[in-house]
Design a binder for this molecule. Structure first.
Ligand code: ZN
Length: 175
């Protein structure tokens, strides 16, 4: 396995449409392994093959609930709506407020070439839709209602944490 270079916004390849995998070969499996290692090294929750310069319909996702691999995925069903913050390893330093479907059903192949269906909701549904957008040459910044500087978000989270700690201390002192 190897850690690959993640290309970033401004690289024209990110705007290309990825191609279907015609046959799952040893090379496909090796590419998937490299994608997993690259995603973990970058501490991301998802990575599409195009982000490491392979315009193929492959993605790996791990939101902390186990690894999911997508090979030629297709959206079968989408319902509901969710709005939340999203980031991308190819758009460093930026978060965006993005509205997506809340529940989805996806038909995909696994690395054994078997067709599997994945039911996903909330953050996992968001992650899958984000990776499938990469396969169409789209980035979250194309559909974000607002974008925020990552440093600003981190500052806000810090402030909230500090306030929470202060409140907890206050509660302890009051007892
Ligand atoms: Zn991304």
């Amino acid at each position: 396995m190897a850690i690959k270079v993640i290309i970033t916004d401004g690289d024209p390849m990110l705007r290309q449409k990825s191609k279907d995998i015609v046959e799952i070969t040893d090379r496909t499996v090796k590419l998937l392994d490299n994608m997993v290692e690259t995603m973990r090294d970058a501490e991301g929750v998802g990575l599409a093959a195009i982000q490491i310069s392979h315009p193929l319909r492959l993605a790996v996702i791990d939101i902390g609930e186990g690894l999911i691999e997508l090979i030629n995925p297709e959206l079968v069903e989408c319902t509901g709506e969710q709005t939340g913050l999203e980031g991308c390893l190819s758009v460093p330093g930026l978060y965006g407020k993005v509205t997506r479907s809340d529940r989805i059903m996806v038909k995909t192949l696994n690395r054994a070439g078997e067709e599997v269906h994945i039911d996903a909701e909330n953050f996992l549904a968001r992650a899958i839709q984000h990776e499938m957008d990469h396969m169409e040459g789209k980035l979250f910044t194309d559909i974000a209602e607002e974008t925020y500087d990552a440093a600003m978000i981190e500052e806000e989270v810090e402030k909230e944490r500090a306030e929470e700690t202060a409140n907890k201390e206050k509660a302890i002192n009051e007892h």
